[in-house]
Write a protein that binds this ligand. Structure first.
Ligand code: TXE
Length: 523
């Protein structure tokens, strides 16, 4: 029952499918900016479809030797990445902050620590998670069954700009642990940090041919899907996720889609309001609100609304915003078009009567959006229904928890949900009724850093999961072997020749096996 010398199923020749985005022009390049200052910080080439196919082919060749190692051997080879990452913490945090606009502290905690925890947990857990799994068989006791996990070949990762290090890092690590080679197509907004990520693995001794970065825009991502990879991990918007899912469907390859979120936080009357207010502020404004798990809307019991609002406003007013490399709490917006989306949502809310407790409508093209707390909001406003991906916290008052749950579930998205209550039993009961892939009680965002837990969306928030044992196994072909533990002679009873005698025997056997009560079974 060994999985390690088994080769991946060869992928069918890259299918000829309709292009999903415009073809790049020769010599095209991406100019990368520091979002806080507008300074140019680098340039990367836009790879053509032919160049992407060539990278996938090189990765596929390197995968043969890597996939033939045992999982333990792969863990040993990947172990030096941890030490090197620890050595490079400051350097990498600055690189992330410069390219993405998040504060240095967020680069440390939300990006680098997540990566370290994934390494620490899965360099140890991977052999067990990927070990063959025995299946219990009720009837055919003479046969045994097990599942075993074989690498898929080359994993294609299409990653976003909001967590340019930690998102592809987890997928690269799991892809490699599972015995695959990996090609990353990073966001065109933050491609430099993906190159630093590859450098980290290569400097730690991983074969450079096993991990490639295909820089480019949407068309390069489209080309990666069509280049003959065995699986696509995509994180990004719902609209692009649908296109990626369609393209994977045409290519008949599995995909993991991590899309948008509109996480609701339900605040019960018995919540610890001090902790709740702090959690909500960090959950709504952390990473400038550019988190698929961000607290995007709050439903608070009317009995505690005034006190919660006052606490939230007091915390928000103290937040220092500015250049993320300085000592601040909130950095810059990573993706300039985001300011227009936020403006539109806030204008709509204002027109419909929302009260701005803090912040306001940003200028067009703003690099910094002030953390904005809104009250007097309702579901007729876009800000309660569409993902803002900005530092906004609209708070709606509700009569009771039933109304809160109804509103929380009134969304096309279902990634994260949050419940605040001092009564854990009651909070868990509410959590179980929320339509979200993960619900956290009395905490926000942090389950992403708990490597063993799945990150998964319901509804339009996605398909599949990353992190966790299941996320690791998704990087493999799950194959089933059914074998004879001992022989029942030359033939099974249901084989040829058929006869009235065997039919009668099966009739009696079925009554005995599936009838109810002693008389039913013996009858
Ligand atoms: O995302 P896209 P963008 C949301 C956020 C943001 C919006 C747009 O609201 O304003 O998405 O951001 C690649 N085939 N989120 O434009 O388009 C693309 O090059 C294959 C939420 O950055 O989804 C990039 O690498 N790939 C999200 C990646 O897909 C294609 C995080 C994501 O790009 C492609 C980021 C195509 N046809 C943005 N078109 C979250 N859930 O956290 C684009 N790409």
């Amino acid at each position: 029952m060994t999985t390690n010398t088994v080769e991946s199923t060869p992928q069918a020749a890259p299918p000829r499918v309709e292009r999903v985005a415009a073809e790049p022009q020769a010599g095209d390049e991406i100019v990368v900016h520091n979002p806080a200052t507008g300074d140019v910080i680098g340039k990367v080439p836009v790879l053509s479809p032919a160049e992407v196919v060539a990278l996938v082919e090189r990765a596929r060749k390197a995968q043969k030797a890597w996939g033939a190692l045992t999982v333990e051997q792969r863990c040993n080879r990947l172990a030096p990445v941890k030490g090197l990452l620890l050595e490079r913490l400051d350097d990498l945090a600055e690189a992330i902050s410069r390219e993405n606009g998040k504060t240095l502290q967020e680069a440390m905690t939300m990006e680098l620590m997540v990566a370290l925890e994934l390494l620490q947990a899965y360099l140890k857990r991977a052999p067990e998670a990927l070990a063959p799994r025995k299946l219990p068989i009720r009837l055919a006791k003479h046969r045994g069954s097990y599942l075993h996990y074989v690498p898929k070949g080359v994993i294609g990762i299409i990653s976003p700009w909001n967590f340019p290090f930690s998102i592809p890092f987890g997928e690269v690590l799991f892809g490699l642990l599972a015995g695959n080679a990996v090609v990353i197509k990073p966001s065109e907004v933050t491609p430099l940090i993906a190159l630093r990520l590859r450098e980290l693995f290569v400097d730690a001794g991983i074969d450079p041919e096993l991990l490639h970065v295909a820089t480019g825009r949407g068309a390069t991502g489209g080309a990666l899907i069509e280049a003959g990879v065995g699986h696509i991990c995509f994180t990004g918007s719902v609209a692009t996720g649908r296109r990626v899912g369609e393209a994977c469907g045409r290519a008949l390859i599995p995909c993991t889609l991590e899309l948008g979120g509109k996480a609701a936080a339900i605040v019960c009357a018995d919540a610890n309001l001090n902790r709740t207010a702090q959690a909500l502020c960090w959950g709504a404004f952390g990473n400038h609100g550019q988190v698929c798990a961000s607290v995007e809307r709050v439903y608070v019991d009317e009995r505690v609304f005034p006190e919660l609002r006052d606490r939230v406003v007091a915390i928000t007013r103290k937040l220092r915003q500015g250049n993320p490399m300085d000592d601040v709490d909130v950095g810059a917006l990573t993706f300039p078009p985001q300011a227009d989306k936020i403006r539109a949502l806030l204008q709509d809310a204002k027109d419909k009567g929302a009260v701005f407790e803090t912040g306001g409508i940003p200028e067009p093209g703003a690099r910094f959006v002030a953390p904005t707390v809104l009250s007097n909001v309702h579901h007729g406003m876009r800000v309660m229904r569409e993902e803002s991906f900005g530092p906004l916290m609209p708070i709606q008052v509700v009569k009771d928890e039933a109304e809160a749950i109804r509103h929380a579930n009134d969304s096309d998205l279902g990634l994260l949900g949050y419940v605040f209550s001092s009564d854990t039993e009651r909070a868990r009961h509410i959590a179980e009724q929320m339509q979200a892939g993960t619900v956290m009680v009395n905490d926000v965002l942090a389950s992403y850093s708990m490597a063993e837990t799945p990150w998964q969306g319901l509804k339009a928030s996605g398909i599949g999961r990353t992190h966790s044992d299941d996320g690791l196994r998704d990087m493999c072909e799950c194959r089933h072997v059914n074998y004879d533990r001992f022989s029942l002679g030359d033939r099974e009873l249901w084989w040829y020749p058929y006869s009235p005698k065997t039919r009668g025997l099966f009739k009696r056997l079925m009554r005995f096996l599936y009838g109810s009560g002693l008389t039913g079974r013996l009858g």
